[in-house]
Design a protein around this ligand. Structure first.
Ligand code: PLP
Length: 411
């Protein structure tokens, strides 16, 4: 029998004693809402009036022709409010916070995307909002910090340790320990202590539910393969849940291969050979760590995939052979992004483009009466600073320098 919150030997809830009470409360309210069909209806209503659910499933006809194999379909999570699937999770947790009668939310963020999504939710629900972010990341991610502050959140730069995500997580937990009566910690992905992996997966399952119905009505049979990029694993869990019971559908998770799996500069916890089991940040999974259990520095062109851990649910499914894991390098990602823009007029986020890479590699081996689905977790146009930098575009550089000079000349 599996213990609550464990997926095989992965997961669990490694939390300080003082947080037990607030986790019990969270578990209780989560069990309640799962059993209450009205809650899911309210959630869907919110997502269809404030975000863009159901998001479309687009037939990528030009890419299908280009690769001459299967029919490619793209699930358009980019069309969500704030431009990515993260809206599904934060808005769902917002409804939970309301139900618990709490008035404040906190979150930690690395690249800032989860911070912007959380600040958006807090503004909509009227919650107070504090976002913890490593000082290093605050410097690097100014556009996201700008929006968090404009949306009314307080951004606290964390100056301890390496001043990045890890340190922000510690500070956010410190806050929670002293504020749990009024405050909910908004977990950004299907990681962390139980019940967060299950809860975030549940909110994100809306992607898979919709996609399954859409492909059956449009293509009249199930797809051969479904692709998703994997950072913490929430968009992947979201779409995979629609097809987990279908043995004929291959599920493919694509991690950040960075500069290559042999370079030590990547974030492939499952696809490569560098991951090893460990317990950190409240749960057990495969981490990128050294022999002493110190977390390693990861690298990816896509900030949202640049993370040391991965969902315990995905690790379990990987171990059982239910999901194939691959990695895409930064270079492959930029090529796939370029082709998708030119062929379909669609701009995937750098994260999402990882899934496109593997779908393109496999396409030729399939036939025209087979379909594949790529989960496009987010849109790239909002990340123009990151993407223009990744392409090392000379005119963009000139433009930024000119802006800088103009600002410097202002009094
Ligand atoms: C945050 C983010 C991801 C990575 O998170 P998951 O939990 O693995 O889904 C992927 N794509 C986009 C666009 C993101 O913003």
């Amino acid at each position: 029998m599996t213990k609550k919150g464990y997926y095989g030997k992965w997961g669990g809830a490694f939390i300080p004693e003082i947080l037990h009470e607030t986790f019990n409360e969270l578990n209780k309210v989560f069990e309640e809402v799962k059993a209450d069909p009205q809650f899911w209806e309210d959630y869907f209503d919110l997502m269809s009036t404030y975000s863009c659910r159901p998001t479309p499933l687009t037939h990528a006809e030009n890419l299908s022709k280009h690769f001459g194999g299967c029919q490619m379909y793209i699930k358009r999570e980019d069309l969500n409010h704030t431009g990515a699937h993260k809206a599904n999770n934060v808005m769902g947790q917002g409804l939970l916070v309301k139900r618990m009668g709490k008035s404040r939310v906190i979150a930690e963020t690395g690249a800032g995307q989860h911070g912007v999504a959380t600040a958006t939710m807090a503004a909509k629900f009227g919650f107070e909002c504090t976002i913890y972010m490593g000082e290093e990341d605050v410097q690097r991610q100014r556009p996201n910090v700008f929006w968090m502050e404009k949306l009314g959140a307080t951004v606290i730069p964390v100056t301890t340790g390496a001043r990045t995500l890890k340190d922000a997580i510690n500070e956010a937990f410190r806050d929670w320990v002293s504020s749990m009566d009024t405050t909910h910690y908004v977990m950004g992905t299907v990681c962390g202590p139980h019940p967060f992996p299950e809860m975030v997966a549940w909110f994100q399952s809306i992607i898979g539910q919709e996609t399954r119905g859409q492909i059956l009505s449009r293509f009249e049979k199930l797809p051969a393969k479904v692709y998703a990029c994997v950072g913490g694993g929430s968009n992947a869990m979201g779409i995979f849940q629609g097809f987990l019971a279908d043995s004929g559908v291959e599920l493919v998770g694509v991690e950040a291969g960075g500069l290559g799996l042999d370079s030590g500069q990547h974030a492939a916890r499952l696809a490569g050979k560098d991951g090893s089991q460990g317990v950190a940040q409240g749960y057990k999974t495969m981490f990128l760590q050294d022999n002493d259990g110190q977390m390693l520095d990861t690298h990816s062109v896509a900030a949202g995939l640049d993370y040391i851990g991965v969902s315990p649910i995905l690790t379990d499914l990987w171990e059982k052979g239910k999901i194939r894991f691959e990695a895409a390098t930064d270079e492959e990602v930029l090529d796939a992004l370029d082709l998708t823009m030119k062929k379909e007029g669609i701009i995937p986020a750098l994260e999402s483009a990882h899934a496109f890479v593997q779908a393109f590699k496999d396409a030729g081996k399939l036939s025209a009466d087979q379909a594949v689905i790529i989960n496009m977790s987010g849109r790239g146009d909002k990340d123009i600073f990151t993407i223009a930098h990744a392409y090392d575009d000379p005119s963009w550089k000139k433009f930024i320098m000119k802006k800088g000079k103009a600002y410097a000349a202002e009094k």
